[in-house]
Design a protein around this ligand. Sequence first.
Ligand code: HEM
Length: 123
Amino acid sequence: MKIATRLIQSAIRVLSLFMLVLGFMFWSGRSLEMVPVHMRLGEILVSLLWILAAMGLRAGVKPGLVLGAMLYGVIVVAFGLRMGTLLPGRAHEAIRILHFLIGLGAIGLAESIGVRIRRRLLT
Ligand code: HEM
């Protein structure tokens, strides 16, 4: 389980980097044709977060954290899929910032669960 945790965490880190690089390119108005790629990678990232959360549950990580992460994953995908339709016009900048922060939250949750699984496996 330790190796699987490391592998999933590494995959999430690599995907996070891609998500952020692509996201900031969109923000500056470039590479918008890559939005569907960004969305599919985001869905994969969330799927990996769910797998990590399930592993956390098995490893004895606090259920509140892992169940919260599972629910949070649904919010990340639902928000990402609908963000194009939310607050059109200038106010859309707020949606973009919110989406960015929600994405960072998912990355942070994966890190936090990964660390806790590995700590649990050591004791
Ligand atoms: C999980 C981590 C994620 C991170 C860190 C992330 C980050 C970003 C950033 C920085 C932007 C540019 C600013 C903005 O327009 O909001 C962006 C745009 C976008 N993201 Fe994400 N994202 C993530 C997940 C997702 C997911 C799961 C979806 C959908 C399934 C998604 C769909 C989109 C869309 C549609 C855009 C708008 C592109 C445009 O400006 O037209 N993202 N993302």
